[in-house]
Design a protein around this ligand. Structure first.
Ligand code: OXD
Ligand code: MN
Length: 608
């Protein structure tokens, strides 16, 4: 019989019943309700240190910071072991793995049976979205991982706030998580949207185990959003403030590990003094149509689970400042003075550093010191660029949506859609090279519509239709843009410097939204006139910018064929509107090529 410790005032009968049921199933040795207080965090941290779950870092250099080393077989999201267990396979659609709900409950139920007999079950109630916001939702995660509890305390509003908001209601997301024995063969992340439930087994890694994040705030929430008429998206949210003090809010979807956190926290380069970025969120946006007919967004999370490698004083100075304290690092390297190091931190690895597995390491070791998907978990309040509206219950009004992928060719630095349906087509056809954020081959282009391929909790074709429906409800829809920071020249060098200089692209987007500049019309969308972009004091020739903006028909022919293949793979649920959009682009590209050859829009950009 489980011992319940420190019960808090819990008024939801449904919550108590479910906790009891889960404790019986897992035969939890102890059940601990988490209240989310600082005092509790201190106790849990001490316990995690005593259990070697956390290693204290140098508390003078990094107060409140700890290092966690995960099992080497458990370092990224496992998409092939992630399932949408909706009642029918069609509900999950062709882009998701599907398992019948009964089979999934049965298989995982077998694994969970007795899984915590000598472990503590922590009950983690949490709120997603600012407390007091109409967007806010309650979730509860039951877990046997102290690492998960401590991360959830950073990533969500955890404890009393959630129980207060829940009151007597039975409306909360139910997450049951056990690391089991971390055997990859007994690893499954199963979502039951119809039950507002996730069961996650066999992994302790972020996206698989912090159930508030990808599992609830995206997969389950996208299903709820479809039912209730809103959107849960894999998007950062930021405010761009002009030198006059006018702020324009933007939401942007990029696949994992493509720089969302860097863009959300961007510090303007000296050459663009006067322009500033404020972060509302770095990974997830919940979006609703407001009474004014605009799209309003909140960040459901309270912290950032960012990719460490590549984060430096140069690429993201605000993140470097943020992770100076109160941060949990996962799978980074440890220096001899107990500080952290990772590839791309901007300085040589100090001697005596051990790698993410604790093995001696030097630059000649022939392997990275930090795992490529190593992470920092930091509270958003530590971000020096946090928006004053990050906790605003009503959210922020979104004037522009930006889609973007990692594409070495074809996709220009920035362009704008003609209207909302064309914008949905841009998002639906997004492609990107795969990264280390998920297990599998890195560097292959895959279609990743709206950056939601791994996170959409229902049929992708129905998801596109939902986007069209949202557009119909919007009296003042945001403009939609596509960006690509990663285009390369023939020699394989990046054409655009990226990082802080991306603010120049944001400035053009803001100028478009505010009606300050016009654009060049091409079959793929509206491109900047090079003269309208702020390029002063940028250390690259204008011709290189033109190359980054070029529309090359031979590349687009190949691209459109791939898009068509992807659409075919969606099957019957694909809205015909998307095929019409694709054919319109194809006709434009072919006509232009016949009339002017392959260099048409390249040439056009030269004259503007
Ligand atoms: C993330 C991801 O952790 O997208 O945010 O993988
Ligand atoms: Mn993400």
């Amino acid at each position: 019989m489980a011992i319940h410790l420190k019960p808090m005032p819990v008024r939801s009968r449904a919550l108590i019943d479910w906790v009891n049921q889960s404790a019986r199933l897992t035969k939890a040795h102890k059940v601990v309700w988490c209240d989310g207080s600082e005092h509790e965090r201190g106790r849990f941290t001490d316990r995690a240190v005593a259990m070697d779950v956390l290693l204290p870092l140098n508390q003078v250099l990094r107060p409140g910071c700890y290092l966690h080393r995960s099992n080497p077989n458990d370092v990224a999201r496992t998409e092939e072991r992630t399932f949408i267990c909706a009642p029918s396979k069609d509900d999950a659609g062709p882009t998701n793995n599907w398992m019948a709900p009964d089979s999934a409950y049965q298989q995982l139920g077998g694994w969970f049976d007795g899984a915590m007999h000598n472990r503590t079950m922590y009950i983690v109630p949490y709120v997603l979205g600012p407390v007091g916001s109409p967007f806010a939702k309650v979730g509860v995660e039951l877990t046997d991982s102290l690492y998960v509890v401590l991360n959830m305390g950073i990533m969500t509003r955890m404890g009393h706030a959630a129980l207060d908001l829940l009151g007597e209601s039975d409306e909360f997301s139910r997450g049951l998580h056990s690391t089991l024995d971390l055997d990859p063969k007994r690893r499954l992340i199963c979502h039951f949207p119809q039950d507002n439930t996730v069961w996650s087994a066999g992994s302790g890694y972020g996206g698989n185990a912090l159930l508030s994040k990808k599992c609830f705030a995206l997969r389950i929430a996208s299903h709820l959003g479809r039912k209730e008429g809103w959107l849960a998206e894999h998007m950062l949210i930021l405010g761009v403030q002009s030198p006059e003090g006018q702020t324009t809010y933007v939401a942007a979807a990029f696949p994992s590990s493509c720089g969302k956190t860097n863009l959300a926290m961007l510090r303007s380069p000296a050459s663009l003094g006067g322009w500033r970025i404020f972060t509302v969120g770095d990974d997830i946006a919940w979006l609703r149509v407001g009474a004014d007919g605009s799209l309003w967004a909140v960040n459901p999370e309270a912290g950032y689970f960012g990719v460490a490698p590549g984060t430096s004083e140069g690429s993201n100075p605000n993140a470097i400042a943020m992770v100076q304290r109160d941060t949990i690092f996962t799978n980074v390297a440890l220096t001899s003075d107990r500080d952290v190091w990772w590839e791309g931190l901007g300085f040589e690895c100090p001697e005596g550093t051990v790698d993410w597995q604790g093995r001696p390491w030097s630059s000649s070791s022939g392997r990275p010191a930090a795992h490529p998907n190593s992470r920092f978990t930091a509270p958003m309040r530590n971000n020096p660029a946090i928006s004053p509206n990050a906790e605003a219950p009503v959210g922020v009004p979104i004037s522009a949506i930006i889609f973007g992928g990692r594409r070495a060719s074809t996709v220009p630095l920035v362009y704008e859609s003609f209207d909302w349906p064309h914008g949905v087509y841009l998002g639906a056809t997004m492609g990107s090279e795969t990264t280390a954020a998920a297990t599998g081959t890195v560097g292959v282009v895959r279609r990743d519509p709206m950056a939601m391929l791994p996170f959409c909790g229902y049929n992708m074709g129905d998801y596109f239709t939902h986007w069209h429906m949202m557009g119909r409800k919007l009296k003042r829809p945001p403009r939609v843009f596509m960006v690509n920071w990663f285009r390369k020249d023939r020699d394989g060098s990046f054409l655009w410097p990226g990082y802080g200089e991306n603010l120049r692209v944001l400035k053009w987007i803001v100028d478009r939204v505010r009606g300050r500049v016009d654009a060049r019309e091409t079959p793929i969308g509206l491109l900047p006139k090079v003269g309208d972009m702020e390029l002063s004091r940028l250390d690259i020739p204008n011709d290189q910018v033109r190359e980054a903006l070029a529309v090359k028909p031979h590349e687009w022919r190949a691209e459109l064929d791939l898009q068509e293949k992807f659409f075919a793979s969606i099957g019957e649920t694909l809205p015909p509107e998307l095929e019409v959009q694709l054919e319109t682009v194809r006709t434009g590209i072919e006509a232009g090529r016949l009339l002017f050859g392959d260099d048409l829009w390249n040439l056009a950009s030269r004259t503007s």
